[in-house]
Every structure is written in C-alpha cells, then in structure tokens.
Design a binder for this molecule. Sequence first.
Ligand code: NAI
Length: 400
Amino acid sequence: MTTAILLENIHPSAAARLGEASLTVERRSGALAGDELRQALSSHDLVGIRSATHLRADDIRSAPDLLSIGCFCIGTSQVDLDAATAAGIPVFNAPFSNTRSVAELVVSEAVMLLRKIPEKNALAHAGKWAKGASGAFEARGKTIAIVGYGNIGSQVGVLAESMGMRVVYYDVLARLSLGSARAAGTLEEAVSQADVVTLHVPATARTRNMINADVLARFKPGAILINASRGTVVDIDALAAALRDKRLGGAAIDVFPEEPKTNNDPFASPLQQLPNVLLTPHIGGSTEEAQENIGTEVAAKLLNFLNTGGTIGAVNFPEVDPGPLHAPARLLNIHSNAPGALAALNTLLAQDGVNINGQHLQTRGHTGYVVTDLDRVPSDALMGALRAHAGFVRSRLLVR
Ligand code: NAI
C-alpha cells in the first residue's frame, strides 16, 4: 500500500487526486519539525509540504524509503535539495499555478494607482468627497515596463496589452515577445519610458536592490512602481523617499525585505501612511484557484513519478519522461554519475537473463537516472545485488 502525508493544509484537490490513484493519504493542518517530522517521513512513501516545513539533510537521510517530496508552492528553498538529490529523491513544485493570480493583481493595481484610488478611497472612508479628474489617467495608451519577462512578466504583458497598454520589457535572457511587446536593451531604457514599472525577477544577488535611488531617478515624473516579485529587489528606503518627494505617482508593494513570519506578527514598513500606495501582505499568488491548481499540479507530478518513474518538472533531478509502462517491468535506477555505471547495471541485468526493451538515461551533476523497460520481472537476487551495489543510490521496480 502506497501512502502519502500532506502537511500544512495543502488544498484538498491534492488528496483527492492522490486518493483517486488509490493512495492512502493522511492530511495535517500544520507544519511538522523534529521527531514528529522524521516519524512522518519514515512512515510514508510521499510527503507534501508548503513553505513552513523545513526538510534538512538529516531529516531526509533519516527516511531511506521516502520516494519523493512535493512542495505544494513555488519556492523550494525550505528543502535541502542537494541532500534530496544525493538520497535519490526527486522534489517537485508548482512553478506556474499562481502565475495568472499575480498577473491579474498587478494589472488591476496599475489601474487603481493610475486613478489614484487608494487616496480617494481613504478620503471617502473618512467622509470626504474628492471628486475630480485631475491626476487620474486611463491605462489605455500608457506604457508599462515589465522587468523580468518570465512566466508572470509575460502574462502581465498579455493582460496589459489587452487593455491597450504599450508593453516594453527588460530581461537578462532573450525572450520571445508576446503580442506587440518590445524588448528594451537596458533596465534604464525600459523604466525611463514607462508610466508603470512592474517587477517580475527572482531574488538573486544581481537583482538585490536593482531598483535603487539611481534607477528611481530615471523613472518618468509621476510614474508608478509595482513590486510583486521579491522584497529584496527594491531599496525600500529609496522608494519611500521618491514617494514622499512626489517624484513617483504611486506604488503597489506586495513583498518586503522583511516580512512577518505569521499573521500574528507585527508588520512595519517605511511605506506605511504614504498616499497612493497599496500595501498587500505577499498575496500576489494567493487565490483559491491557485491553491487548487497547485494541489492538482504537484499531486500529478508525484503520481507520474510513482507510477512511471517520470521526473519531468523535478527541481533537483535529471528529467526523464519514459511514458506509461507497457513492458512487463520497469527498473528505476539512480546512481552516481561516473563512468561505467550504466555498463554495470546492464551487465547485472544480462547476468540475470533479463532483456532490455528500452532505456532512458539522463544525468545532472553527480546524479544519473536510468529508466529501463524489461521483458520480464527480474529476480529478487538481482534486486538485492542492485541495492547492494556501491555506485547505485536506489533501485525501484515497477511491475505491470
Ligand atoms: P520566472 O523565472 O518565470 O521569470 C523571471 C524572469 O526574470 C526570467 O525571465 C529571468 O530571465 C528574468 N531575470 C532574472 N534576473 C534578471 C535580471 N537581473 N534582470 C532582468 N531580468 C532578470 O519567474 P516567475 O514565475 O515569473 O516569478 C517572478 C517573480 O515573482 C519571482 O521572484 C517569484 O518569486 C515571484 N512571485 C511572487 C508571488 C507573490 O505572491 N507575490 C507569487 C509567485 C511568484
């Protein structure tokens, strides 16, 4: 019987998907740590976590039978990926499930800020009537600069263009322009022509404080900045100064250099109390739809690995897509990526009298992963020999 444990209130869509595939699923509402976590890891084939459960090298090594880890979120930094790879455990996540949620929020915030809605809303709540067109603009015909034209950035471009905005983007990689979007050669070139600048880059050493006082000085007077990427990308004090001096027309900030760990912790930012500034608690991707999509997306990847050995979408592992099992048996072998590993495997198979119907090999760094379809189920002795082999990390057998 194959079992999975899903922690941290993962959307029920995941348990439903795994249950349909006849897995026994245990659900927990909170994160686990320490002995409780190790107990869970060593008594299940699959584990599903979100961002609050940390899987450290020791935790992973304590669970020799754990087959795979599903991160039901985007980030995977809560897992020691090197330790998982060394243990032969692929880790899956859901990189695209909340793309649309972030893109919708960004485009709607651009509209709100161009119309000065945060200010007018606050005044109306305070009993003041601020009717007037001055300083309020349509999005149509305005230029939006998208910094980081990946999954989310390119979706923002599509939505913004459908509202009649001119789209310019800046990315360190050459990206296919969608619609009429145009690439800018430099960050400065992109931001200096934009009415709205929106950030969609990852948190890296290169993007740290990418939007600093120098870059903000290149913005058009009255331009709007939206950051729903990572808090480290913007020098928040420089942004606060530009907003206070009215050099910028407004900002929508969803991510902060320091964010409260839980909803019970206080939140402080130099952007608080500034007019025409929308502050949101890192909810760009937080929608019911995104959570549901994440549940089914990661569950499907875990099932694919369980049932076929496929590792497409693994963040730490050689990616192999062997498709459904049609042969009598399939051997999944994870080994140290060293000369002779494949030859050793095939020699052992030949000595067992098993014929190879097909074979898929991929390597990544120190790890090799080979999926071999066999004309019959190999002997227990062979499986024992494979498991005892010093160069092999793991061998698992699928039988049709
Ligand atoms: P992605 O990896 O698809 O796209 C990132 C793009 O940024 C890539 O095209 C990459 O080439 C580009 N890039 C990297 N370094 C750059 C640099 N120095 N200058 C210009 N471009 C650079 O990532 P995705 O999925 O679009 O996510 C973008 C950001 O949004 C990430 O930081 C992610 O963590 C964040 N995010 C925030 C959410 C929220 O709730 N606010 C939810 C989901 C993602």
